[in-house]
Design a protein around this ligand. Structure first.
Ligand SMILES: [Mg+2]
Length: 209
């Protein structure tokens, strides 16, 4: 994998996937608890299975340019995560990979990310404010557009996940609960915030190296 303008190398990509899979594994029980409260209790196990599958293909993925690797990882997640979140998280990565030029800078990344979030919204027939992962994906977009550094993007993602707690779910399985969905964090929002934190830490480690 050649080095892009963002300085993302094959090693960076590798570290990122390893760190994501580790964070999902470490938080799988918490994600499942969140999903048990307002869903069907499989989110942690589903995400863990998906990221372990991506991890299993890491050697092959790391030989590809970053956009191609993202597309392949997204497809793997669609095939292995299942539930409602598999196609959504997979769509995010696949679209990101499709929209990113081979040699991308920060601005190109933000533009590709915007298209990826819109693709998730279209796939889930959802929009912001329905207590879903979109309620974290859009605040991440806003923060990146404003030029926030990775740490701040991650902090805003965590705050956005916290902000799903008092929300009423109007999309997804939690919406079947109506008012009883209030008072719990959306599991998809929690996963996305967790992954944003991993991306921030990984970028910082590598930029600081
Ligand atoms: Mg579930």
């Amino acid at each position: 994998m050649s080095e892009s303008k963002t300085g993302m190398t094959s090693d960076d990509f590798r570290s990122l996937v390893v760190a994501m899979a580790a964070a999902i594994e470490a938080n799988a029980d918490r994600l499942t608890e969140l999903d048990s409260a307002i869903g069907d209790g499989d989110h942690g196990a589903n995400m863990k299975r998906g990221f372990q599958a991506v991890l299993g293909e890491l050697d092959q993925l790391a030989t590809k340019p970053v956009p191609e690797a993202l597309k392949a990882a997204g497809m793997k997640l669609v095939m292995t995560v299942g539930g409602a979140s598999g196609p959504l998280v997979g769509t995010l990565l696949m679209t990101l990979g499709k929209e990113l030029p081979a040699d991308f800078d920060r601005q190109a990344f933000v533009m590709a990310y915007e298209k990826a979030v819109d693709a998730v919204a279209a796939r889930g027939k959802s929009h912001a404010g329905q207590k879903t992962m979109l309620d974290v994906l859009y605040p991440i977009l806003d923060a990146m557009r404003e030029g926030a550094d990775p740490d701040e993007v991650a902090a805003r993602a965590r705050a956005a996940a916290d902000a799903t707690v008092p929300m009423l779910a109007t999309r997804g399985r939690a919406s079947f609960l109506g008012e009883r969905s209030i008072g719990h964090m959306d599991p998809g929002a929690a996963s996305v915030a967790l992954l944003a934190g991993v991306v921030a830490r990984t970028l910082q480690t590598h930029q600081g190296a």
